[in-house]
Design a protein around this ligand. Structure first.
Ligand SMILES: NC(=O)c1ccc[n+]([C@@H]2O[C@H](COP(=O)([O-])OP(=O)(O)OC[C@H]3O[C@@H](n4cnc5c(N)ncnc54)[C@H](O)[C@@H]3O)[C@@H](O)[C@H]2O)c1
Length: 488
């Protein structure tokens, strides 16, 4: 670990020197790096796909949709929009401040640390880097040790495409992360669990470093079958795609559980079965379209959740497991006990509990009784239910009649609230995430108002009262001596 400490010291020194040189502030440099990221992914699509298969058993189409294609699109957006993003924003100052002018300029924080998770190891590493680079920072990435092939590939490719004095990769697990966190950074961007998020925030507090925490949690999906009855086939297909078609449910924005009225539950389960078969065939294990569980430890965690006898009794579909192949069959539970572990921790796997309610309106109270989720999904056309979801619950995002695509849409901010995280990124929000918005005021020495300065008197107090109220006409009257009293 001594050698690692030395590497970290050296890397940080070099990145700080590069930032101080001003090189990374140039828009030309930023664009060159963004272009190089696109080239890197394009040139190495196959290698990246291979490591995603080795680490997670991800099919190359899924890998392209969720990671490679996504990253190229994100870098292209940043490249195309950067000229606009960097333009200082003019502020319209109130007349009170005349003749001063105001603007806001986006300034890079400096040297940024990105710690990423294993479930989308390419996109969750490169996408924050795209934001950090677009904003003009130097950046060090530590990807997750649980996706070692992806981490190794990034550590090999990034130095051969990007500016090595400004952009660095260090491989390792919690011990390396601990060393990194002992240093002062200008911004930390973390993707991972709420448990480790607390460690990151505590370390950042030591240096008052700003943090973005992209965490997880249990994302509920409400099915209001009354108002979407004629589209139920699409509803079931979308939920199945979201639960089982993206890293086998090992996704922060995956459906964690479904809320539905009791009377519709058995119909719903019957509708899921043929969809799962149409996605993954009769033997999902051999389909090649279902990612594996990332490690034995995670497999055993899922197995423990499922093997609680009360939970086991609630299995209505699937339930088989193969530890050697790190395989968990797409599984549906009907009303597992609400005090069971599976209903209280993020599932992060291909198991879908269906929780029944007497009336779908009860879903609001159910969601409110839990920590704030990263995403709430609701299949409904009922205006009243939509309004209640938006006004009575809190979550990183709400998506009606679809799921997970909010992540892909870079016109929307992506991030959590409360237990599911803080801060947001994607598209322009990524640029803002890695920028300090500096307020600039350009004053004028051409005129001076005595009312600003002591010695104080009644006239000055009245002047200040009117100025704070933007009561310009009355101010003129006061200055002309045409009014004396001012309402408190
Ligand atoms: N909001 C999002 O965008 C998003 C995306 C993917 C995953 N997630 C969440 O991430 C979690 C799963 O990912 P994970 O298992 O990689 O999370 P994790 O918190 O275990 O690990 C994330 C990162 O933290 C590092 N780390 C682990 N232990 C550490 C320690 N003691 N000190 C410092 N760093 C440490 C890891 O090496 C890794 O780089 C889930 O909760 C999921 O919802 C969130």
């Amino acid at each position: 670990m001594e050698a690692m400490k030395e590497t970290v010291d050296q890397s940080l020194r070099e990145m700080r020197e590069t930032f101080a040189s001003g090189r990374t502030r140039s828009v030309k440099w930023r664009k060159a790096q963004l272009g190089a990221i696109i080239e890197m992914v394009k040139d190495n699509e196959e290698k990246m796909s291979d490591v995603l298969f080795q680490d997670l058993g991800k099919h190359s189409s899924e890998a392209f949709r969720d990671e490679l294609g996504f990253v190229m699109r994100s870098a292209t957006t940043a490249l195309n929009c950067l000229d606009n993003w960097v333009v200082p924003k003019k502020s319209n100052l109130p007349l009170l401040f005349y003749p001063a002018t105001g603007k806001v300029i986006s300034e890079p924080y400096g040297t940024v640390l990105v710690l990423s998770s294993w479930n989308f190891p390419i996109s969750l590493s490169l996408d924050p880097m795209i934001g950090a680079i677009a904003a003009g920072n130097t950046v060090l990435l530590k990807a997750s040790e649980l996706s070692p092939n992806a981490s190794a590939l990034l550590a090999k490719l990034i130095p051969s495409y990007l500016d090595t004095k400004a952009i660095k990769v260090i491989e390792g697990g919690p011990d390396v992360a601990t060393i990194l966190l002992q240093h002062q950074w200008d911004k930390i961007f973390f993707t991972g669990s709420p448990k480790i998020g607390k460690i990151i925030m505590a370390a950042a507090a030591e240096h008052l470093t700003p943090v973005t925490l992209e965490l997880g949690g249990k994302c509920p999906t409400i099915i209001d079958h009354h108002s979407v009855s004629k589209d139920m086939k699409s509803v079931v297909k979308r939920i199945s795609g979201g639960k089982w078609g993206s890293c086998s449910g090992q996704a922060c924005i995956s459906v964690d559980y479904v809320l539905v009225e009791q009377s519709f539950a058995s119909t719903l389960i019957d509708m899921f079965k043929p969809v799962i078969r149409s996605f993954f065939g009769e033997n999902p294990k051999e389909s090649g379209c279902l990612s594996k569980i990332v490690t034995k430890k995670h497999f055993q965690r899922l197995s423990r959740l499922l093997n609680d006898p009360r939970v086991k009794a609630s299995i209505v579909y699937g339930g088989s497991m193969d530890e050697e192949k790190l395989y968990v069959e797409p599984t549906i539970l009907l009303d597992p006990p609400l005090d069971s572990e599976i209903m209280n921790e993020e599932i992060f796997g291909p198991i879908l509990p269906i929780i029944t309610l007497r009336d779908i309106q009860e879903s609001i109270g159910f969601i409110k009784s839990k920590p704030k989720p990263l995403a709430i999904y609701a299949f409904t056309n009922d205006k009243n239910l939509k309004t209640r979801i938006l006004s009575e619950t809190s979550s990183g995002s709400v998506t009606f009649n679809d799921l997970m695509i909010q992540y892909m849409c870079d016109a929307l901010p992506f991030g959590g609230v409360g237990q599911s995280g803080m801060g947001r990124y994607h598209g322009k929000y990524s640029f803002e995430c890695f920028s300090h918005e500096k307020a600039i005021m350009e004053g004028s020495l051409a005129m001076d108002l005595e009312a600003r300065y002591p010695p104080w008197n009644n006239f000055k107090l009245n002047f200040i009262r009117l100025a704070f109220r933007d009561a310009y006409f009355k101010l003129v009257l006061l200055m002309l001596g045409l009014t004396k009293g001012v309402r408190k």
